[in-house]
Design a protein around this ligand. Structure first.
Ligand code: PAF
Length: 283
């Protein structure tokens, strides 16, 4: 595996690849890689001739500078994992390399980017679109792989791809979970053992709520999830939204769409750590 840090070197390398008629898969990451990322990389390696994994902690998507400061940075271990997964290129540029000038572009794809994470983290998806559009332009991949854990992010990126006319395929990949049900996340390393145990109640509650959804209304299921999770000491729901899986508009009834997903954000522990997860009710 080659580790590349400049855009010029990356483009040089990929030009040869493209001239040889090879397909390129891109897995964008912010590092602190875990088994969830590894599953994306393995999938890309299986489906493309060349897999580029970007490792870039993108400052423009952090509306909270503390969150950026706390974010784990583990480049050496990341490269070891990527090597084991069969990645061809790890692209790990500096902030100045990616943003020689401040990126003033503004992306607006409501409601996908204005609800939920968009409402609680203003500017977050604008930053995601800035970096992902730059990566798409640099790498020109045939396919790009994103974890469904960041469910809303995929909906926003799909809108951006349509808007900017990228011809690549977006490949959503299933959430990887610990045995307890907790969704793997780079942020989990910030949880202590007790908090990690407590956090597993988030998915367990969401999974149970699928049963309630068979007989109860959207509003009852929503309120039940929120009250069950808030009843657990150490957890506090920031929002729970039951939405159409493509537009992310709220649904009022199970008949409103064929694709219905519940998206949750929960604060866990003393610091606290913000955890996101989702459950599919329909589709
Ligand atoms: O999902 C992430 O890790 C990031 O939002 C992404 C897509 C790598 C952009 O920085």
């Amino acid at each position: 595996m080659k580790v590349i840090s400049t855009i010029a070197d990356l483009k040089n390398e990929l030009e040869t690849v493209r001239n040889n008629g090879c397909t390129i898969g891109l897995v964008p990451t912010m590092g602190a890689l875990h088994e969830g990322h590894a599953s994306l990389v393995r999938r890309s390696v299986g489906e493309n001739d060349v897999t580029v994994v970007s490792i870039f902690l993108n400052p423009t998507q952090f509306n909270d500078k503390n969150d950026l400061a706390k974010y784990p940075r583990t480049l050496e271990a990341d490269c070891r994992l990527l090597e084991q997964c069969g990645a061809t290129i790890a692209f790990a540029p500096s902030v100045d390399e990616v943003y020689p000038e401040p990126d003033t572009r503004s992306f607006n794809y409501p409601p996908t980017d204005s609800v939920m994470e968009g409402a609680f983290r203003p500017g977050h998806f604008n930053g995601v679109c800035q970096i992902v559009s730059k990566l798409f332009a640099m790498v020109e991949p045939d396919r790009a792989y994103f974890g469904e854990k960041d469910f809303q992010q995929i909906a926003v990126i799909r809108r951006m791809v349509e808007d900017l006319g990228f011809t690549l395929q977006i490949v959503p990949c299933p959430v990887v979970r610990e045995a307890s049900g907790l969704a793997l996340s780079s942020r989990n390393t910030l949880l202590n053992d007790d908090e990690r145990q407590i956090a597993s109640n988030i998915y367990q509650t969401l999974a149970q709520s699928r049963e309630w959804a068979k007989t109860e209304s959207v509003q009852v299921v929503h309120d039940h999830v929120v009250s069950q999770i808030n009843a657990i000491s150490g957890l506090e729901v920031q929002y729970y939204s039951i939405v159409d899986g493509r537009t992310l508009a709220d649904v009022a009834s199970w008949n409103d769409s064929n694709d219905i997903v519940g998206c949750i954000t929960v604060f866990c522990g003393q610091q606290p750590i913000r955890l996101i997860d989702h459950i599919r009710y329909k589709g």
